[in-house]
Design a protein around this ligand. Structure first.
Ligand code: C2O
Ligand code: CU
Ligand code: CU
Length: 468
């Protein structure tokens, strides 16, 4: 089933039809021929060949987000698949067990098409399994739920609407924010569950929206994994802040619940706009109207998944105290070099990195690293917007987070940041300086690093780096 793309003007109004509400609302989406792409399950140590066919009227690529693969199969902007063309990619699965994903990455002379094509449905989940994870016996089968969160806006007959003319300047600034939250491409659902443990593997596949995930009963969220797989030990947080492209692995134990009870995974509607959570000033209702879409009210609690306990079952699974005692993160010393990246703004043109915007496959002198080296990259955000910074080709450790100014209204997300474990995307809030440690192993060549707010990226907040 392909999604028909109706004629439109690039970056003005794009609409296409998608049947999003089909199927039994009582069950979780089987990710077969769904609006998000199919679930790909792989095991560490496998070699995989994937055939890609571009039946779009424009260039595309398929990027394996979070995977440690050679540059030529990374689906970067410099490797487009032309309309009507096919491409076969093959790679070894080297990564740890975890939830990764894939999405397009085209970038032409007029800007990127990542936001548009991902929004249209060209993104999907990719799960890697390994022996360490298997030995833990985590909840699987119907006790393992993969949830892709995406916000969308609709017009008329279930047509998705992306940008419009009035929205484009605002969208360049804050990214696209839809007014309905979809889970696996459908309206949120309630699922019948038993009194046992469940594993929720959540991907923020939204273009720009940051979620503040919590349980409706106010209990803490138990996090067992991040972008790059399992944590060393579980962590409990009051809520989880999940920025675009990030993943979180959540354990929920319902063994003490009563039949008839219901629990919901909710997201507090956090002001994803330029104004942070500064209350009244943050009310962009009028703007939203002008832009032809209604903004979700700030502070509203949105249900993402209902769990209705209908069955008493004995499962015996309990949360492991140690998840991965061998978890290795890049280690740094006082001598580890620090590379600094200032996130800035180019008036009317969107955001920049060290004053530069995307220039294709060219790198500056300060964008070259050496194979095998470990470095510290410091992202400094002196803009009004949060930037989820992503580096291709590896997983890094978040080793420091500091604020150097007032937080411009974004401090309400602090307590939900999960900095432990391995990551490929780190949220850098306004007024923050965040340090990550990365090691450039195995593959020489070109990769990109960029903001994963897809509209920021598409408008130039992306650069190449070279491993030499
Ligand atoms: Cu999801 Cu360039 O990445
Ligand atoms: Cu990526
Ligand atoms: Cu950004």
């Amino acid at each position: 089933d392909t999604v028909p793309i109706l004629p439109g003007t690039p970056s003005e109004v794009w609409r296409y039809k998608a049947d999003l509400t089909k199927g039994s609302p009582g069950t979780l989406t089987p990710l077969g021929e769904s609006y998000p792409g199919p679930l790909i399950r792989l095991r560490q140590g496998q070699r995989v060949r994937i055939q890609l066919e571009n039946r779009l009227p424009e260039d595309t690529t398929v990027h394996w987000h979070g995977l440690h693969v050679p540059p030529d199969v990374d689906g970067q902007p410099r490797l487009p698949i032309k309309p009507g063309d096919d491409m076969t990619v093959a790679f070894d699965v080297r990564d740890r067990a975890g939830l990764y994903w894939y999405h397009p990455h085209p970038h032409g002379p007029d800007g990127g098409r990542v936001g548009f094509q991902s929004y249209a449905g060209l993104a999907g989940p990719l799960v890697i399994e390994d022996d360490i994870e298997r030995a833990l016996g985590l909840p699987d089968g119907e006790q393992e739920l993969i949830l892709i969160l995406q916000d969308r806006s609709f017009a008329g007959d279930n047509e998705l609407t992306y940008l419009d003319g009035m929205g484009s300047m605002m969208t360049r600034m804050q990214g696209f924010l839809g007014d309905r939250i979809l889970v696996n491409g459908r309206p949120p659902e309630t699922r019948d569950v038993g009194t046992r443990a469940y594993r929720l593997r959540i991907l923020n596949g939204s273009n720009a929206r940051i979620y503040k995930l919590a349980w409706s009963d106010g209990e803490p969220v138990t996090v067992i994994g991040t972008d790059g797989g399992l944590l060393a030990k579980p962590q409990r947080l009051p809520y989880v802040t999940l920025a675009p492209a990030q993943r979180v692995d959540v354990w929920v134990d319902l063994s003490q619940a009563e039949v008839g009870q219901q629990l919901s995974l909710v997201s507090e509607q956090y002001r994803g706009g330029m104004m942070g959570d500064m209350g009244d000033m943050g009310d962009m209702g009028g703007m939203g109207g002008m832009m032809g879409r209604s903004a979700l009210p700030a502070g509203a609690q949105l249900d993402l998944l209902g769990l209705r306990i209908t069955q008493r079952v004995r499962d015996g699974r309990s949360l492991p105290l140690n998840l991965d005692s061998e978890l290795a993160t890049p280690s740094v010393t006082a001598a580890t070099p620090i590379r600094r990246f200032e996130l800035g703004m180019r008036m009317m043109r969107g955001f920049s990195i060290n004053g530069r915007q995307f220039e294709g496959a060219t790198v500056a002198d300060d964008e070259i690293v050496a194979l095998g080296d470990t470095e510290i990259w410091e992202f400094v955000n002196d803009t009004m917007m949060p930037h989820p910074m992503h580096v291709h080709g590896l997983q890094f450790a978040v080793i420091g987070r500091q604020s150097f100014s007032d937080r411009r209204g974004w401090s309400g997300l602090d307590a939900g940041l999960v900095d432990a474990g391995l990551h490929d995307t780190v949220l850098v809030l306004p007024g923050e300086r965040v340090r990550v440690a990365l090691t450039f192993n195995d593959f020489k060549g070109l990769y990109v690093y960029h903001c994963h707010n897809m509209e920021h990226e598409d408008n130039g907040m992306m650069r190449y780096y070279r491993v030499r």
